[in-house]
Design a protein around this ligand. Structure first.
Ligand SMILES: NC(=O)c1ccc[n+]([C@@H]2O[C@H](COP(=O)([O-])OP(=O)(O)OC[C@H]3O[C@@H](n4cnc5c(N)ncnc54)[C@H](OP(=O)(O)O)[C@@H]3O)[C@@H](O)[C@H]2O)c1
Length: 330
């Protein structure tokens, strides 16, 4: 086990490379727990980590992969022992601490979640950070009063990782889901996930945004941000909420105070990275039970190898991936 395979990103003054290499245990960073990685996954942030100006990776050479699930190979942390099935996502993983695109990872015990009963390692990575973000969004919306009888729930970027899982989780909980997508070819996929209505990206990203518009939705799960978020805020029902998690459509939000001060709209920020451990464990438990998507491995996730990763990473940045992609390492 001293030598193993990993996807290594390197940047020098003259060159930028992303390829599968042989590395050794001594290359791995400090940490209490050595994990034999069984699955990892592909997230937007991983795509950014593998381009020269992605502004994610802190120093090179680097092993990306913000998600991993596997089996403890050895542990100095009393909370974990050899053979335990575990999940490690977020914190510095895949950003400044070597991540999941590696047959072994060494991770601080404080960043590790035991695999909840009801999930396999593969299912955990089919969910991954995107699934966690969708689940945390729904959890926060419900904490702020959302229930199925309140009205329709919009999911933007619906064919993406966060979006697909949010559609499926909401449908499972009997919400009337309106999915917005830029991919006309994927309407059938969204219906199979449980979307009741499908609208185009343009319908939720207007050129002229009124301060207050017709009240269409009780809530929204929004990984797109930008002008889309501003459009949504003007169309959310009185006392409704928007859970914003991403910026696939841009970082600038041209909105006004009116949705907040005249309609009591709540804008809920969703951060998966430093979500406190107690809440993190609770969300993983929900993903293994009442929020577990019905067609996770059958419809939402596809599996690839380490060697196929560079293509998938490039495709996620072009918005071309559908659903979730898991990477099999063992
Ligand atoms: N806050 C957090 O902790 C957290 C955690 C995970 C992810 N995120 C962020 O959430 C976002 C989505 O992540 P993901 O993993 O779901 O990525 P993804 O799989 O690439 O999905 C993003 C989806 O957004 C839509 N989209 C892409 N480009 C767009 C554009 N220019 N305008 C409008 N819609 C566009 C596409 O869906 P359609 O074709 O169906 O429209 C795409 O599939 C990213 O910004 C990511 O960084 C944040």
């Amino acid at each position: 086990m001293d030598q193993f395979k990993a996807l290594v990103v390197n940047k020098t003054e003259t060159d930028f490379t992303v390829n599968v290499q042989t590395v050794s245990m001594s290359d791995l960073p400090e940490g209490d727990v050595v994990i034999k990685v069984v699955y990892s996954s592909v997230n937007y942030k991983d795509g950014l980590a593998c381009i020269p100006n992605g502004k994610i990776v802190k120093s090179y050479p680097f092993i990306p992969g913000i998600d991993l699930a596997g089996i403890v190979a050895s542990s100095k942390d009393p909370r974990f022992k050899e053979g335990d099935e575990v999940i490690a996502t977020s914190y510095e993983i895949g950003v400044s601490h070597f991540g999941g695109y590696s047959e072994y990872a060494r991770i601080p015990g404080d960043w590790i979640v035991p695999l909840p009963k009801g999930l396999t390692l593969k299912e955990a990575m089919a969910l991954g950070t995107a699934g966690f973000t969708a689940a945390l969004s729904i959890h926060r919306l419900e904490e702020n009063g959302l229930s199925p009888e309140k009205g329709k729930v919009l999911v933007t970027g619906a064919t993406g990782g966060v979006g697909s899982i949010a559609v499926s989780m909401l449908a499972k909980r009997n919400y009337h889901v309106v999915a917005s997508t830029g991919k006309e070819s994927e309407h059938e996929y969204l219906r199979e996930l449980g979307a009741k209505e499908i609208i185009s990206r343009e319908e939720v990203c207007l050129e002229q945004i009124r301060p207050l518009d017709k009240q269409y939705w009780a809530a929204a799960v929004d990984p797109v941000g930008g002008r889309t978020l501003a459009t949504i805020l003007s169309r959310i029902q009185y006392n409704g909420s928007v859970a914003v998690s991403g910026l696939a459509g841009g970082a600038d939000v041209p909105t006004t105070v009116f949705p907040f001060i005249l309609r009591g709209v709540n804008l809920l920020g969703i951060d998966s990275v430093y979500c406190p451990m107690e809440l993190r464990k609770q969300i993983w438990e929900r993903m293994a039970s009442d929020l577990k998507p019905n067609q996770l491995l059958e419809l939402i996730a596809q599996e690839i190898t380490l060697e196929q990763l560079p293509e998938a990473l490039s495709n996620i940045l072009k918005g071309k991936l559908r659903g979730r992609t898991v990477v099999k390492l063992a």
